[in-house]
Design a protein around this ligand. Structure first.
Ligand SMILES: [Zn+2]
Length: 192
């Protein structure tokens, strides 16, 4: 769920965990969207599915800063890719630096049906996992499906992994419906 500072919230699925992470807040004019105020906020976000990485070592203030730098790099790289611009060198360096750390290590549970993360579970591992996912996304078959919402003034980015690949909106209930309503009004205005 994303919150609109002007009120309300809506369900947004960015199509990849790393892109979901990119929408947890931002810098500058996007700072009003910030949800990661304290180190514990980051721990809580990582513990949510689908990552479900419950930290066994508490998040530090320094790690929160590192996480926000990675978040900005994912955001910048996604927008560059969506606009078919070269990726910013700083974003690439940040992604590579985060990915160089050991990622989360999957651990099979004896019943064979559930998978957890092998302890200790640290933030640097979670960030490495997110960075690696983003690198795979940018270099994989869905790179061309990274898009910005088709609505004017909506900077949300997502990867369209649907079979038809026709997704245009961040969320139908938000920009999709607004667009439909505008189109309907325009049609009514021109109809005799
Ligand atoms: Zn939108």
């Amino acid at each position: 769920m994303l919150n609109d500072p002007k009120g309300g919230s809506f369900r947004f699925d960015a199509g990849a965990v790393c892109l979901d992470f990119a929408h947890t807040g931002g810098e500058g004019r996007h700072a009003v969207f910030e949800t990661l105020h304290e180190p514990a906020d980051l721990g809580e976000w990582l513990a949510q599915p689908p990552l479900a990485a419950v930290m066994t070592v508490p998040v530090t203030a320094r790690e929160l800063t590192v996480a926000k730098t990675l978040r900005q790099a994912i955001w910048d790289a996604a927008h560059a890719q969506a606009a078919r611009r070269p990726l910013p060198a700083g974003a690439v360096a940040t992604l590579n630096r985060a990915a160089a750390a050991a990622p989360l290590i999957p651990e099979l549970v004896a019943d064979g049906t559930t998978v957890g993360w092998a302890p200790p579970v640290r933030v640097t591992q979670a960030l490495s996992t997110l960075a690696r996912e983003m690198i795979e996304l940018l270099s994989g078959p869905f790179a061309g499906r990274i898009r910005e919402c088709a609505s004017d003034n909506c900077p949300l980015v997502f990867v369209d992994t649907s079979r038809p690949g026709a997704r245009r909106w961040c969320a139908m209930e938000r920009c999709g419906n607004r667009h439909k309503l505008r189109a309907l009004r325009a049609r009514q205005a021109t109809d005799p």
